[in-house]
Write a protein that binds this ligand. Structure first.
Ligand code: 13P
Length: 250
């Protein structure tokens, strides 16, 4: 069965001291948690110090983005090879803030996903609809198009390493959480898309996380849905106690 993954996306928050303290807080509580994978994704400049703070713990290290080229004249970018070099095991790709604020496309996401997989880094590929798309009844169509485009070229051999995150844009940082039924409906659709594109067995093995205002108070209900295999947590991942409480609910 699928082991739940509780992932913290720290976004552009913390400073060096806070990042280390938060990582140590999560690592200290992780020992009590069985049957759940924990991951923190700090800002790129703090990946190394957070990695050191997590050493010897069960908490994995991930990045929030990286570029698909190996090296060269790409000012400001970080390569997947650099992530692998400092011990990152996951990379979040196609987060809605990157899609909608920074103009990232499905094609960019698929190139990054293929490069991450080539280097043994597990991509967390995010999909999610805008409020106007949901209100226009277009959620299924938007999710399908992002799924197909973002996983373009990802093979049957590689897809089991991929994590998918459903993050309805209207629920991110708004305090407005999807109902467990709304989340489950999209997660079940995503699993059907995986089965159609790959195999039923593969679809049953890939983890699909929910993200969007997940908190200790609403996590248990969301995580109890049959196709919700964990959470991608923003705001509540910035407090070790809240993040660990969500993991306990899983
Ligand atoms: P919040 O939990 O702050 O809504 O953010 C969710 C998110 O975007 C995680 O990637």
């Amino acid at each position: 069965m699928r082991k739940p993954l509780i992932a913290g996306n720290w976004k552009m928050n913390t400073n060096r001291a806070d990042a280390v303290a938060l990582a140590k807080g999560v690592a200290a509580g992780a020992g009590e948690l069985d049957g759940v994978d924990l991951l923190v994704c700090p800002p790129a400049v703090y990946l190394s110090v957070v990695g050191e703070a997590l050493a010897g713990s069960a908490v994995a290290l991930g990045a929030q983005n990286a570029y698909f080229e190996d090296n060269g004249a790409y000012t400001g970018e970080t390569s997947m090879a650099m992530l692998a070099d400092i011990g990152a095991e996951y990379v979040i790709l196609g987060h809605s803030e990157r899609r909608h604020v920074l103009g990232e496309t499905d094609s960019d996401v698929s190139k990054k996903a293929r490069k991450a997989l080539e280097l043994g880094i597990a991509p967390i590929v995010c999909v999610g609809e805008l409020l106007e798309e949901r209100e226009a009844g277009r959620t299924g169509e938007v999710i399908k198009s992002q799924f197909v485009g973002s996983l373009d070229g990802v093979t049957e051999a590689d897809i089991p390493s991929v994590v998918i995150a459903y993050e309805p844009v209207w629920a991110i940082g708004t305090g407005k959480v999807a109902t467990p039924e709304q989340a489950e409906e999209v997660h079940a659709d995503l699993r059907r898309l995986l089965a159609e594109r790959y195999t039923g067995e593969i679809a049953g093995a890939v983890r699909i996380l929910y993200g969007g205002s997940m908190k200790p108070g609403n996590a248990a209900e969301l995580l109890s849905q049959p196709n919700v295999d964990g959470g991608l947590i923003g705001g509540a991942s910035l407090k070790a106690d809240d993040f660990l409480a969500i993991a306990k609910a899983g």
